[in-house]
Design a protein around this ligand. Structure first.
Ligand code: SF4
Length: 460
């Protein structure tokens, strides 16, 4: 299900581009941010360096924020950001890029020890102007003299996931945490050097994808590209990028997302075949996997649920009525495809289960004889501390419910989740599975998970 559904959000898309010939970079940043719009629709901003840092930013869609005159701003290096708020509504002060002294920073991820770092910095006399993690990150860079020392200081102190593009001392900088949790690709041709959360942000500017920023690596563009590995760690890419977030036409960690989605469908068919008449993808993310699943089990695929493409804003769905309305406005079933048939719905993941339950009701309402659900992600059982908006155990239906209980809640005849082994096999890379099995790769996330559990049990 896509972002309109269950409010599972990625915290941001980032880009950084330099023109080797001194051309204005703002129009390219704009196009990259358009390509990363799916990673954040609440706000966007860009900062260029033209002797000084100049920023344009606003709330809403990229398309609505920037005016033609914003593209005229001079500067041949710059960074851009699209974002979702991590909690509540955001103010313009929290929209990135964030500026601190001579540093502009665009951050994708989440700092698990952000609060304690903030306190430490306050004790050292740093004054904060926002609640944004990016301000903490910029200050950690500013604490040391020299870009590499500043970034090393940040890497040494921060627990969590960060993929960052920055302008520091008039240079374009990109780096990634040592576990390479959040993505960061690199592209280059004769005219440009670029870094971004996904390769689609390079494609849109015809800058060829050249590879990845490695975990613990920092790259500085100063007329030439200088790459330095400051830290090494166990690599754990976020599995959710492949399952749900990234665009299917993106490459991440040298693996095309589209290929992974096909393998997810193949593996799901192997693990949970079903006798039925029609396979229907829940639009849009699961479509690729659904096609492969249908072929593998020998059942025709039909587009039985049609999505209204013109409703892009995320709904605030605090009540069951609002959630039902959101599904009804967004999706319409095709009765002719569904009536009297045994249906297999393919979806990418289940968070609360409330939206999927409404979809199942829609399918029943259109006359389905049986409804079977197959999910390309294993059960989400634990919070994420690395930048995906699943913060508590209670919001996750699979945390304390068995498969039969979830089947009952959804009102389906059968439910099959992909296994963790199947997921790992389909992705073919070392992945983070913290939200599936609580195997968090960093110590603070482990502690936070334990604290949340104890709190839930009333032990602390
Ligand atoms: S905990 Fe889950 S959502 Fe968060 S980074 Fe790890 S795999 Fe991704």
């Amino acid at each position: 299900m896509d972002s309109w559904g269950e409010e599972k959000h990625e915290e941001c898309g980032v880009a950084g581009i330099a023109s080797k010939k001194g051309d204005k970079i703002a129009p390219l940043l704009y196009r990259s941010m358009m390509a990363l719009q799916h990673r954040g629709q609440d706000a966007a901003g860009l900062t260029v360096f033209n002797g000084k840092l100049e920023t344009r930013k606003g709330l809403g869609f990229v398309n609505d924020i920037f005016k033609p005159e914003d593209m005229e701003v001079g500067g041949s290096i710059g960074i851009g950001h699209t974002r979702y708020p991590t909690s509540g509504r955001i103010t313009i002060a929290e929209v990135q890029p964030f500026i601190y002294q001579n540093i502009a920073i665009a951050h994708n991820g989440h700092i698990a020890n952000g609060d304690s770092l903030r306190e430490e910095l306050k004790e050292q006399g740093f004054e904060f102007s926002s609640t944004a993690d990016s301000e903490v990150l910029a200050m950690l860079i500013a604490q040391k003299k020299g870009i590499l020392n500043g970034v090393r200081n940040l890497m040494d102190k921060v627990d969590g996931a960060f993929s960052i593009t920055a302008l520091v001392d008039g240079k374009l900088v990109a780096f990634r945490d040592k576990h390479a949790i959040r993505p960061m690709v690199y592209g280059e041709n004769e005219e440009y050097v670029a870094f971004a959360s996904e390769s689609v942000a390079l494609d849109v500017n015809d800058i060829p994808y050249q590879g990845e920023i490695r975990g613990g690596e920092v790259v500085v563009w100063d007329g030439k590209l200088v790459r330095s590995r400051l830290q090494e760690g166990t690599v754990r890419h976020c599995m959710f990028e492949y399952v749900y977030f990234a665009r299917p036409d993106s490459i991440q960690n040298s693996v095309p997302v589209f290929e992974v989605r096909k393998r997810l469908g193949e593996q799901l068919a192997r693990e949970h075949p079903v006798e039925a008449d029609v396979v229907i993808p829940v639009p849009d993310t699961s479509r690729t996997a659904a096609e492969v699943f249908a072929r593998a089990v020998g059942i025709p695929l039909e587009e039985g649920l049609i999505k209204n493409r013109y409703i892009a804003r995320t709904f605030i769905m605090s009540t069951p009525e609002k959630r039902r309305d959101a599904v009804r406005v967004k999706l319409n079933p095709i009765r002719k495809v569904i009536e009297g048939k045994r249906i297999v719905l393919i979806d990418d993941s289940i968070v609360r289960g409330t939206t999927l339950r409404e979809i199942v009701k829609l399918v029943h309402g259109a006359g389905a004889r049986e409804v079977h659900v197959r999910i390309t992600c294993p059960p989400l059982r634990a919070p994420c501390f690395y930048g995906i908006d699943m913060k508590t155990y209670d919001e996750l239906i699979a945390h304390n419910k068995s498969i039969p209980q979830i089947e009952k809640f959804l009102g389906v005849d059968s439910l099959g989740y992909l296994s963790i082994d199947g997921l790992k096999k389909a992705i073919g890379l070392p992945v983070c599975t913290g939200c599936l099995d609580e195997e968090y790769v960093t110590p603070v996330a482990k502690k936070l998970a334990k604290a949340k559990k104890d709190e839930k049990l009333g032990c602390g």
